[in-house]
Each structure stands twice: as C-alpha cells, then as structure tokens.
Design a binder for this molecule. Structure first.
Ligand code: PMP
Ligand code: GLU
Length: 397
C-alpha cells in the first residue's frame, strides 16, 4: 500500500523513546527519562502573555505563508543582535519548527541522487529527510578524541561531483560538540571551492557553555551567500510545543522553500508567531539563566557517567546532551544470562528494563558505541537516574 520511499524510512527514534517513556509512566512504571531533547522549563511568562494578547486582538486567521512581517523583522533583529548577520525580511522564512524548515530545504534544494554530507554522529532527521526526496545522505565521521569536532579533511575527501549540500550542526545533537573556528573556516573554504551549499543548524546556539557560538555565515560575505542558517524558538525559549523555526539565507532558496511551504502547511500558527515575536525581540535575560542551569547539570551528569563501570564520556561544550561511550559494556551480561550486550540498542533496552532509565541508542545517530542522554531534566532526577544506572551496571559480569 505504501509508497516506495517509505520502505527505508526510519521513524524518529528520539520521539519514539520519548513516547515509550510516557507510555511506561502512564502504566505506573517510574521511569527516569533522558530521552527527550526538550527543555524541562516552562515557556517564559512574557511570551505566553504575548500569545494571549494576540488571541484577544483576533490574530486567529491565516497569515502570510512565510511568517508575519513583525516576526520576519524580529528574526532579522535576532540575527543582527546575536550573530552580527545582516538579513532583510525577504531573506527569511518562518516554519512549523526547524524540522519543518529543514524539510522545506530538502524539497526545494535536492534532486534525486544528490549527495548530502552529514558529519556523524548526526541528528536522526537529517539523513531520513534527505532520503525522503531521493537524495543520498553521506555520513562523514568525526572523532571522539577531538571532542567530535568537524573534520574538514574527511569532509573534503567525501565530496564527489554529486555533492550538493553539507549540513553543519553546532552546538551538536547528539555529541554536544561546538565546532572549532579553525574547522569551520576550512569547511567554508571547501564549500566555496567545490560550490557546495551549507545548511547551518544552530538550534542549540543559546546553549554554548565554553567559548562563544559562531555561525559559519559570519566568516565572510561569500560563504554567507551559500549558507542557509537555521534556528528555532524551541530550545532557547523552551517553546518546543509552539512549533516555530526559522531560516535565513540566499533569497532564491528562501523563495523556493516558501513556495513548498505554501503548498504543504501554509503559515505556522498565527498565535505562535506572535509569541515568537516577543521571544526573539523582547528581553533576553532568561536565556543566560537557563543556560547556567544546563551547564550545572552538564557537569553533574558527565561526572556521574564517568563513574559508571564500563562507561566513558567526552565533556560536551554545548546543547543539552551527553554522548556516553558504552562500548566497554559490550560482551558483558547478567549472571546466569547467556545474552551479552552487543550494541547501543541492547544497552538502551538493558537500562530501561533493569534501571527504569530511558536513553536513546547511538546507532540511530550513526554510532553504535554510544547512547545519548538528554540532561534537560532536574539535577535531582539526573542524580537518581545515575544511581539507578550504577546499580544495574554493577550487576553485569
Ligand atoms: N535541529 C536539531 C539539531 C534538533 O535537535 C532539533 C530537535 N529539537 C531540531 C532541529 C528541530 O527542532 P524544532 O523542530 O523543535 O524547531
Ligand atoms: N530534537 C530533539 C531530540 O533530538 C527532539 C525530538 C526530535 O525532534 O527529534 O531529541
């Protein structure tokens, strides 16, 4: 019954883990979830008030497909304020979350057979979206010993005449890496030489714990002209459910993506757009507070993970994920059980069953040696989860 393109489509495993933890909780199982990649904070009050006011003012109708002028202006303000990037409203598209932005991009930019370079480990949706339009995702490894920094040499070696796009994601989901300026400069040179388009997913910009966030588009005018910068209100303003993502970049591409959106969803929710105007253009004080809390949790979780038998963990410098290397557990088993842990899916299952802790298997992000833990949950739950994992893993032989 289903189209051929669905034969190889993997449903989002990050969302699946989240759903599974919710379901177990509803059945009364006390699961601690490190699955969800979403802030546990509530949306700031000023943003909620803006939405309430929008409703009262009757903003309940269709809007311009690519976003209301006020929001496009707020997006331009944000890029100038935070990134020193000059864009005009015509360079901007607002969509139903950055996931939707990225899907508009693959539809508007990629032909069947085009190759997309994706530094690996990668967020689960990049390869699947590329495959949905018949393009070829090419995973290009990054190394744990460099803190998963971008590897320009490996990227260069992976370019073929079919390569059209390279997707950068810094701060990175799932590794927590913030790519070095040096590596980004080299990738910018590569993109210009080989005439590649760059998609820079900066959704975790606000969560950069060491150094400063840098957008590749800031390097110079030439690379900016070949880059689509993607961002979202989801993480910085704890607005995952509102579904507002946005992008700025080459006008022709933005126009193409807007045309795609016009035939698929029309505008993002009118009320959410007004909330996003307040989020992006209003006072930004909450961000630093939230980031400081995530930074505190980052240290707690990484320290705890490093103390687990058989587990190693590089210190992430951004986002809210720890990407723990669990390959030291492979080959181990419970006393009396012949079944040894053989990969990240086994470790995930073991932790859910024996520690009631939910994590996401690294295999879905391109590394079977790891599991991803989101620390967007309270310090108290992080401590409890770590203790449970410690008890369960200590039983392995
Ligand atoms: N990019 C990355 C790297 C993500 O982790 C996510 C998931 N939150 C998104 C994009 C999409 O976020 P949203 O659709 O909520 O804007
Ligand atoms: N991006 C978050 C994550 O990786 C939320 C779920 C999703 O959209 O994939 O967990």
């Amino acid at each position: 019954m289903l189209a051929d393109r669905l034969k190889n489509l993997a449903p989002s495993s990050t969302l699946a883990v989240q759903a599974k933890a919710k379901e177990l909780r509803a059945r009364g199982v006390n699961v601690i979830s490190f699955g969800a990649g979403e802030p546990d904070f509530d949306t700031p009050e000023r943003i909620k008030q803006a939405a309430i006011q929008a409703l009262r003012r009757g903003h309940t109708k269709y809007t311009e497909v690519g976003g209301i002028p006020e929001l496009k202006a707020a997006v331009c303000t944000k890029f100038k304020r935070d990134n020193g990037l000059d864009y005009e409203p015509a360079d901007v598209l607002v969509s139903v979350g950055a996931k939707h932005t990225l899907f508009n991009m693959v539809v508007a930019l990629l032909n069947p057979g085009d190759e997309v370079l994706i530094p690996s480990p990668y967020w689960v949706s990049y390869p699947e979206q590329a495959r949905l339009v018949g393009a070829m995702p090419i995973a290009v490894p990054t190394e744990e010993r460099t803190g998963f920094d971008l590897d320009p040499e490996q990227l260069g070696a992976a370019v073929t005449p079919r390569t059209k796009v390279v997707i950068l994601n810094s701060p990175n989901n799932p590794t927590g890496a913030v790519f070095s300026a040096r590596a980004m400069e080299a990738v910018a040179r590569l993109a210009l030489e080989r005439r590649l388009w760059v998609v820079s997913d900066e959704c975790y910009e606000a969560l950069t714990f060491e150094g400063h966030h840098m957008s590749i588009a800031q390097l110079d005018r030439e690379i900016k002209a070949r880059t689509l910068v993607v961002n979202t209100c989801s993480k910085a303003y704890a607005m995952t459910g509102w579904r507002i993502g946005y992008a700025a970049g080459p006008r022709e591409l933005i126009r193409g993506m807007t045309d795609v959106q016009s035939q698929v969803t029309s505008n993002p929710s009118s009320v959410a757009q007004w909330a996003a105007v307040e989020a992006l253009a209003g006072p930004q004080d909450e961000i630093a507070k939230m980031a400081a809390e995530f930074d505190r949790r980052r240290r707690i979780i990484v320290e705890g993970l490093r103390a687990l038998p058989g587990v190693r963990c590089a210190m992430p410098t951004g986002a809210f994920y720890a990407f723990a290397n669990v390959s030291g557990l492979f080959g181990r088993h419970l006393p009396g059980s012949g079944q040894a842990l053989a990969g990240s899916a086994d470790v995930t299952e073991f932790l859910l069953e024996h520690a009631q802790v939910a994590v996401v298997p690294g295999v879905d992000f391109g590394s079977d040696a790891h599991v991803r833990l989101s620390y967007a949950t309270s310090a108290e739950l992080i401590r409890q989860g770590l203790a449970r994992m410690h008890d369960a893993l200590s039983k392995l032989e």
